[in-house]
Design a protein. Structure first.
Length: 344
């Protein structure tokens, strides 16, 4: 198995990278590079670029940011990582098959290991057509399957779909993010039934992160854990997320679980509700991520490519509340100590 896959399977914090924009909507390369440095030095084991948190609109002709963003981030990662440091580079891949295969080819050209494959553009396709689409993309780049919640553009997919997808040896991981326990179990059961021990499970359920990571999922005598998380929530307060995952892996290895972890899960879910704007069906999800990073100085603004995509009414106050309620979740001091150097 390739070293990057061993690293992926070992379980990592993989932030879903946001897009750093100035107040006028122009791209701030300086702050984008600072974000890359932040994630690397915080201890993230990978980075996903061009995904939902990055804003799918980067692909629109009027913005034209998909290729320059992926190219520059890959170069900044190479500059920031010590030689030999394991790190998984994941690109977001979207659209119909022609677009998706073109994005896959560009990703390979610029050093990405795998593509997180969104199926949002194929809402009317049959599951058989989706499988063929996944096969076409995986012929170019290894893929990370993606179960995206319907509230932000995903669709419900059957156990049979995930069971068939798991048979594709070029599927190296699945990000499970339906925000639904039944659908989460459908995917895990399908992977267990496939016998694919080399296929990594990554939680994308930002509403239930800790419980996902702690739970042994067992079917017919086989137990699987989520290896790690590929999460929009981990785009913020990343240093503390890294420490938390290490603690969880230790707890799993010793089989000692205290009720404190369940309380921590509630705290993180409450914080995520504010960041992702759950009260308004996630309308302020991306601005919420951006606002946390703006307050820390890692972004110049909370601006999105769509100027009408803004914080919801009361969301800023909710962010104040959870930051004050759960100081153990934040990494403000770590950012303060290093921000000037990252921005230099």
């Amino acid at each position: 198995m390739q070293p990057w896959r061993q690293h992926l399977n070992a379980g990592q914090v993989i932030p879903a990278c946001p897009l750093a924009l100035n107040d006028d909507g122009s791209w701030s390369e300086r702050h984008q590079r600072a974000l890359v440095r932040y994630y690397v030095e915080a201890g993230a084991g990978g980075l996903a670029v061009g995904v939902h948190s990055t804003q799918f609109a980067i692909r629109d002709p009027q913005h034209g940011l998909y290729q320059p963003l992926l190219k520059n981030v890959s170069e900044w990662l190479s500059e920031s990582l010590l030689t030999g440091t394991p790190f998984v580079r994941i690109s977001g891949i979207c659209g119909q098959t022609t677009q998706a295969t073109a994005e896959a080819e560009f990703s390979v050209e610029h050093g990405y290991h795998a593509g997180l494959l969104s199926l949002a553009a194929l809402r009317d396709a049959t599951e058989e057509e989706l499988i063929r689409h996944c096969q076409s993309v995986s012929n170019i780049i290894p893929i990370v399957g993606f179960y995206l919640q319907p509230a932000v553009g995903g669709r419900v997919l059957s156990y049979a779909f995930w069971r068939k997808l798991a048979e594709n040896e070029r599927v190296v991981a699945i990000k499970i993010a339906p925000f639904n326990r039944y659908q989460t179990w459908d995917v895990i059961r399908a992977v267990i039934d496939s016998g694919r021990e080399d296929l990594a499970l990554y939680t994308g359920n930002d509403d239930n992160i800790i419980v996902d990571l702690l739970t042994p999922f067992t079917s017919f005598g086989t137990t699987r854990f989520f290896a790690g998380g590929l999460l929009g929530q981990w785009a913020v307060w990343t240093r503390n997320a890294v420490d938390m995952l290490k603690d969880i892996q230790q707890v799993r290895s010793t089989a000692t679980l205290s009720a404190e972890w369940l309380s921590r899960n509630v705290a993180l879910t409450d914080a995520n509700a504010a960041v992702f704007d759950a009260a308004n069906r996630f309308a302020g999800c991306i601005p919420g991520i951006n606002e946390i990073l703006r307050r820390q100085g890692l972004m110049p603004s909370n601006r999105c490519l769509d100027p009408y995509e803004v914080l919801s009414l009361g969301q800023s106050s909710e962010l104040d509340r959870v930051i004050n309620a759960y100081p153990s979740l934040v990494d403000h001091e770590f950012v303060r100590e290093n921000l000037d150097r990252w921005l230099a």
